[in-house]
Design a protein around this ligand. Structure first.
Ligand code: ZN
Length: 185
């Protein structure tokens, strides 16, 4: 990562766009842009570590963490999309630490992303850490500023994406139960 080159390039871009950066608030905007993008675009350093526990009580029902807030930067426009993710699974022999489901969403959202991929990647990573699951469901519901603030300016429009794995992929009854538990039908 070359921070100095990035700051210089940001300043050149703002100037080329005719943006006046001479005022008190904008004088250091190029630096702050680079600061922000460094934070938002740096992927998680280490692979996902899942704390898990023996499913001693033989819990066979769904484990769902609902409405985890998250934000990401859209790969097409470099503008944020912000919303919530709901992640759940039917456990096998191991139970995942609940906060790990939220952590999984946060780390998957880093870097340049599109919502469809975040949804699939969360489901796939969860599938790898609980390989004997009975089913996995992921629902992401987000507002894309590239669509609501600019372009079509569809204020308040929400984009919903889903990923189903295992039992949830093929069993409509199981999927209906999952959707019911997450407040959807
Ligand atoms: Zn976009």
């Amino acid at each position: 990562m070359d921070i100095a080159a990035a700051v210089q390039a940001a300043a050149v871009m703002l100037a080329a766009l005719g943006v006046d950066t001479s005022g008190a608030h904008a004088r250091r905007t190029a630096e702050r842009m680079v600061d922000s993008y460094t934070e938002l675009l740096t992927p998680a350093a280490a692979p996902f570590e899942a704390t898990d526990f023996d499913n001693a009580g033989k819990h066979h029902g769904f484990v769902i963490v609902r409405d985890v807030p998250f934000g990401a930067v859209c790969a097409h426009h470099l503008l944020p999309f912000v919303g919530t993710a709901t992640v759940g699974y039917l456990p096998g022999a191991r139970l995942l630490g609940l906060s790990k489901l939220a952590r999984l969403v946060e780390r998957t959202a880093r870097g340049l992303q599109v919502q469809e991929d975040v949804t699939q990647q969360v489901a796939d990573t969860l599938g790898q850490v609980v390989p004997d699951h009975g089913g996995i469901g992921v629902i992401i519901d987000a507002e894309h500023l590239c669509m609501t603030l600019r372009g079509v300016k569809a204020r308040g429009a929400a984009t919903v994406t889903t990923a189903w794995r295992g039992g949830l992929e093929h069993d409509a009854t199981l999927r209906a139960e999952f959707l019911g538990l997450t407040g959807r039908r």
